[in-house]
Design a binder for this molecule. Structure first.
Ligand SMILES: Nc1nc2c(ncn2[C@@H]2O[C@H](COP(=O)(O)OP(=O)(O)OP(=O)(O)O)[C@@H](O)[C@H]2O)c(=O)[nH]1
Ligand SMILES: [Mg+2]
Length: 445
């Protein structure tokens, strides 16, 4: 996958019928392959363009003989997404036609792209840095507006710029240090050089901590899964919320519409950290407060990782038409009736405590499943880990430099810092990091 000399191709638009589909090609032959059977509106073949351009016309295919209306968007040079020649073929979004066209490009010398390979090439050519590639993945996989927003922020604010200059400065210092190491007969570097080094390291620590703090806040907002309790008024959400937390947190009352604002509580079930959220009952709002409560409720749903629909056992038949595919169904107030249960429903009673522990484990298991499927939320941690390690080595280097230790020790710590920073800005990238990240993309991205 690290070889950029082959031309790769893939369908870049969403699968399924659509007004338009896009096939993307990247690599040395991308333009030639896409122009091969393409004719412009006057029926003429077109040569390779010198600049990015758009051609409109038809693609002439044989077996079966077809003329597909198409637009070619061509980037001959390094300004493309991947930094290589790129062609995007926009045509009618009929899956069999698009597959046929892709097969035609594969027969003409392109190879089917691996998942994430376009973005990998963008990274390898220096068009985007590692944190931006991860952001691309997060944008693709974002499951909620909040996550999308944080992914977009990451994409816009690539940390590579400031980190790269930091790394370059430290590299200069390392070179000076190592030059000194070569003169073994000289006992030590001058105290002035040492003070300069300590000052530089202080500044580097300051910069790095600044970056870490900015991103720490952002990632923590993402770290805990959000589990939201919903249901009709009086369904027993708040009492269940309290029972799950083993704490009288929310007001519980027989009056429908007790909960207006939503309540959040950080907790852990079976070692899985999460935020549990109690919401107002779902109803048609009759006044401004109720309508505000419904807005807050809806906002919590949008950000939810797991939604738990609470239905009291004594009201079960009324809910049998519900589409439960997106929710975990929990039957509340088990002690109140002996109605039959739908399959997949978990039976609880906050009054007797029955089923509470089972529900806690089920929530933990569901979240574990989710994070196994959507490791995107953990992807950013590759570079966060590197940053944290770099910060550690940096303070270590500073301590060594400020004390009366030898240059070799300082140099060794500096080398670690530089390596870790390099992992982020792309100067040193181990193949397994790349593999882990880019494998998660879908084909065509
Ligand atoms: N017997 C019994 N009563 C319950 C149980 N859970 C809740 N209740 C009662 O049902 C009523 C409503 O409970 P809440 O937890 O306040 O219901 P809610 O869904 O939060 O209601 P809203 O906040 O109004 O939407 C209260 O009187 C609770 O004591 C249960 O497991 N068994
Ligand atoms: Mg309530």
């Amino acid at each position: 996958m690290l070889d950029s000399s082959e031309t790769i191709a893939a369908i870049a638009s969403r699968p399924g019928p659509a007004p338009r589909a896009i096939i993307r090609l990247s690599g040395p032959e991308a333009l030639a392959i896409s122009l091969g059977d393409f004719r412009d509106e006057s029926g003429a073949h077109l040569g390779l363009p010198a600049r990015p351009c758009v051609y409109a016309g038809q693609i002439h295919l044989t077996s079966p003989t077809l003329q597909l209306p198409a637009k070619l968007v061509l980037w001959p040079g390094p300004q493309s997404y991947t930094g290589q020649p790129v062609a995007e073929v926009h045509t009618i979004g009929s899956p069999p036609l698009v597959n046929h066209l892709l097969a035609h490009y594969l027969a003409s010398g392109a190879r089917l792209a691996e998942p994430g390979e376009f973005t990998l090439r963008a990274f390898l050519s220096g068009r985007i840095d590692l944190s931006q590639s991860e952001a691309v993945l997060k944008v693709i996989e974002a499951r909620s507006p909040r996550k999308l927003q944080s992914a977009l922020e990451q994409l816009a604010g690539g940390v590579a710029g400031p980190l790269k200059s930091l790394r370059d400065r430290l590299l200069d210092r390392l070179v000076e240090l190592e030059a000194n190491l070569d003169f073994v007969e000289e006992p030590d570097v001058s105290p002035i050089f040492r003070q300069g080094l300590v000052d530089d390291l202080d500044e580097a620590i300051h910069t790095l901590n600044g970056i870490l703090n900015t991103h720490r806040g952002r990632d923590q907002a993402d770290a805990r899964a959000r589990v939201v309790l919903i249901g009709k008024p009086n369904a027993g959400k708040s009492r269940l919320f309290n029972a799950l937390l083993n704490h009288e947190h929310a007001i519980v009352s027989p009056v429908a519409g007790t909960t207006r604002d939503y309540l959040t509580a950080a907790c852990e079930f079976d070692n899985v950290p999460l935020t549990l959220i109690d919401t107002a009952g779902e109803e048609i709002a009759r006044d401004a407060i109720e309508s505000a409560a419904q807005d807050k409720r809806a906002a919590q749903l949008i950000d939810a990782d797991l939604v738990i629909l609470c239905v009291p056992r004594d009201e079960l038949p009324a809910f049998s038409f519900l589409d439960l595919s997106a929710h975990q169904l929990v039957i509340t107030k088990a002690d109140l009736s002996s109605n039959d249960l739908p399959t997949n429903a978990l039976l609880t009673s906050a009054a007797t405590g029955d089923g509470i522990a089972t529900l806690q484990s089920a929530i933990a298991a569901a979240l574990r499943d989710l994070s196994a499927h959507h490791e995107a939320s953990q992807v950013g941690s590759h570079w966060r880990e590197s940053l944290e390690r770099a910060a550690e080595s940096l303070s270590q280097a500073r301590a060594v430099a400020a004390g009366f230790h030898g240059e070799e020790l300082i140099a060794a710590e500096l080398r670690l810092v530089i390596d870790d920073l390099g992992k982020i800005v792309g100067a040193v990238v181990t193949e397994d990091i790349l593999d882990q990240i880019f494998r998660r993309f879908c084909i065509g991205k």
